[in-house]
Ligand binder design. Structure first.
Ligand code: PHE
Length: 341
């Protein structure tokens, strides 16, 4: 009995002197913590004779409640005094979970939509041979069409040094390596190893040796498409493209415009423009029917097979879909940008 009121007195005194949360926590531990003074009394109740236990038990329990209430009240008074109010009943903070990069989101859309149309998703190397990037696509070594793609060439030890070999000589060995300037080399790669009919897309990063501005980066992402079979026509290409864009811009009205164009690996070649919800016309892809020479390079008989191919810029589509004004934002590594998606 005595000790209960003693505990209470000393607690009250100590509590009055407390002025910060750390000191308060010390007191809590000292009285009602696992090895606290009052906890010890409560624990020893069982050893007491029954009549004492009946007297002391309720007093000790009541004191514990009193102490706990006093601690809470004190903490609340701290919170009130401090500039930032602390709501003790507020739920915990949600842990932030990170965000997918908008290009990752766009690539997911591509994979999902084209898979639903029975296309397979294929991967290819970023470091490519000159042969697949150009020659196998009907772009001959000295053809001016090579200038359509400003290329990062990869220095190779055997072509280096002061001796004879000029870059042209090196290129003519066909072993020359480069950073792929488009995803089209995967048309040639895939055809070499597969027999039609098939339909594939190849998403991936490409590189161009260009000055950067809001619309151009030295690297960006493309998606290549290729469908080969016995009776493939431009009408099939048109259908697949329109189907894709309708799904990609869910529910929005999409209009299409097809313009004649030129690519060495397609004949005829077209450029596709879209207009979303009555906005401006935007150029979104190059496409066409696979050129007979490309089939020949792949070992196919061009009289037996037809196909279409297309290439779209993923960055450009991400910019259109999410209203992003500058392509460089994708590669800025700025978390504030990523957090918006
Ligand atoms: N590879 C072309 C480019 O990067 C796009 C393209 C792909 C055109 C397939 C036609 C067919 O510009």
């Amino acid at each position: 009995m005595n000790s209960i009121s003693e505990i209470k007195d000393s607690f009250t005194k100590e509590l009055d002197a407390v002025s910060d949360v750390a000191a308060l926590e010390k007191i809590r531990v000292a009285y009602v913590g696992r090895n606290g003074t009052l906890t010890a009394v409560l624990r020893s109740l069982g050893d007491l004779p029954l009549d004492e236990r009946k007297k002391i038990g309720p007093l000790a329990q009541a004191l514990r409640k009193e102490i706990e209430d006093a601690l809470i009240e004190k903490i609340a008074s701290f919170a009130e005094q401090s500039k930032f109010s602390v709501d003790l009943t507020a739920p915990g903070k949600k842990i932030s979970r990170g965000h997918l990069h908008p290009l990752t989101l766009i690539e997911k859309d591509f994979r999902q939509i084209f898979s639903s149309m029975n296309f397979s998703v294929i991967d290819g190397p970023e470091i490519e041979s000159e042969y697949y990037n150009f020659d196998a696509l009907n772009v001959a070594p000295n053809h001016p069409a090579r200038d359509m793609w400003d290329t990062f060439w990869i220095k190779q030890p055997e072509f280096d040094g002061s001796n004879t070999s000029s870059r042209d000589e090196a290129k003519n060995t066909k072993k020359h390596l480069l950073l792929r300037t488009h995803t089209s080399p995967n048309q040639a790669r895939f055809m070499r190893e597969h027999t039609p009919p098939f339909q594939i897309i190849v998403p991936g990063r490409v590189f161009r040796y260009e000055a950067t501005d809001a619309g151009h980066e030295i690297n960006f992402y493309q998606v290549e498409g290729l469908m080969v079979g016995k009776d493939i026509t431009l009408a099939n290409l048109k259908f697949v493209i329109e189907e894709f864009f309708k799904k990609f811009f869910k529910g929005k009205k999409v209009e299409f415009r097809y313009r004649p164009s030129y690519f060495p690996f397609t004949e005829p070649s077209i450029e596709v423009d879209i207009k979303i919800a009555g906005g401006k016309w935007l150029e979104v892809m190059g496409a066409g029917m696979v050129h007979p020479h490309v089939f020949e390079y792949a070992g196919y008989n061009p009289r037996e097979w037809q196909g279409f191919a297309f290439g779209m810029g993923m960055d450009r589509l991400a910019m259109i879909k999410y209203n992003i004004p500058d392509i460089r934002l994708f590669y800025s590594g700025d978390v504030r940008f990523i957090k918006q998606f």
